[in-house]
Design a protein. Sequence first.
Length: 198
Amino acid sequence: MAVQISPSILSADFARLADEARAVEALPLDCHLMISDPDQYAPAYAEAGIQSVTIHAEASKAPVRTLRAIRAAGARAGLGINPSTPVEPYEDLLPELDMLLLMTVEPGFGGQKFLDLVLWKIRRARAMLAAGAHREIWLQVDGGVSAETIERCAEAGADVFVAGSAVYGAQDPAQATRALRGQAERAVARAGWATPNP
């Protein structure tokens, strides 16, 4: 699985949003819905052409139905989990997912400090994915991802990284994205968890 960086427009300059989006425009659109009723609204994002739509486990009342509706509309379906929410109760939902998102900060605003306590959860999630027939599910982390934290996340098992301030706070967002990807790729190679079984 290839390492991916998803720049977060939450940290972009909203007065120059079109320019900010163009700076990293080669990337697919990944929509992380931090809303109170994702069951009602998530399928419409997929229908509008978003390639990946993530809902939060804590906000969804009917996650299976919503995840299936996202997939039926042609998008990858993701499930997000807050830092204090255990990942194990959602293991049975893995067949419904294309991506599992682990928040590494409390959701809500950009620029927060990375919570190291989530590293254990990333390792547990990677082990869950490796133990089942779920190797193709992306494991995304979001929050506080930077040059200082991305390697620890990659070594723990993440392969998709949402970076806001680390990208849009840089002089050259495209170069910052490439540098983060390089760091993550080297860390994954060192960790060896991505090596396929013989």
